[in-house]
Design a protein around this ligand. Structure first.
Ligand SMILES: [Zn+2]
Length: 130
C-alpha cells in the first residue's frame, strides 16, 4: 500500500519536528564543545556550515553528537525525498518501506528486509547507515 496523503503529511510533520529538536540539541552541544574544547584542539573556528560542524564533532569523538548528526542528515535526505515524491520507497528493492516503519524511523531509506540484508552485508550498527 502506497502512503496516503494523510500519512505523508503526518510523516512530514514528524520529520520537521524531529529535525527542529535535533538542530536545537546540536546547536547547544556544539556551543558547549566549542567552549570546552574546540579552542584547544582545532585553532581558528571553521564556519562552513553543517559539514564542518559534523567533522568537528567527529574529530572530538563525541559519539552521541555523531549519531545526532547522521540522524539529521538522514532527515534532510528524507525531506528531499518527500519533496521529490519518492519518499517511502526502498532504495534497494524499490518496494514500499511501509508507514509503520517510517513512523518509527522517518529517515529510513530501506524496507525492513533490505535493511536487514544491508546490515548483514556491511556490518553497520543501527542508525549509521540511514
Ligand atoms: Zn527493500
Amino acid at each position: 500500500m502506497a502512503l496516503t496523503e494523510k500519512q505523508t503529511q503526518e510523516l512530514h510533520s514528524t520529520i520537521e519536528r524531529r529535525r527542529a529538536a535535533l538542530l536545537a540539541e546540536l546547536r547547544e552541544d556544539v556551543e558547549r564543545v566549542r567552549t570546552d574544547r574546540f579552542e584547544d584542539l582545532a585553532g581558528p573556528a571553521p564556519d562552513r556550515g553543517d559539514e564542518s560542524v559534523a567533522s568537528l564533532i567527529a574529530d572530538l569523538g563525541h559519539a552521541d553528537l555523531g549519531r545526532d548528526v547522521s540522524e539529521l542528515r538522514g532527515l534532510d535526505a528524507a525531506r528531499t525525498r518527500l519533496a521529490d515524491g519518492v519518499y517511502g520507497i526502498c532504495a534497494d528493492c524499490g518496494g514500499e518501506i511501509g508507514f509503520e516503519r517510517l513512523r518509527a524511523t522517518p529517515a529510513a531509506v530501506r524496507c525492513v528486509e533490505c535493511q536487514r540484508v544491508h546490515e548483514k552485508t556491511y556490518g553497520t550498527t543501527t542508525g549509521s547507515s540511514l
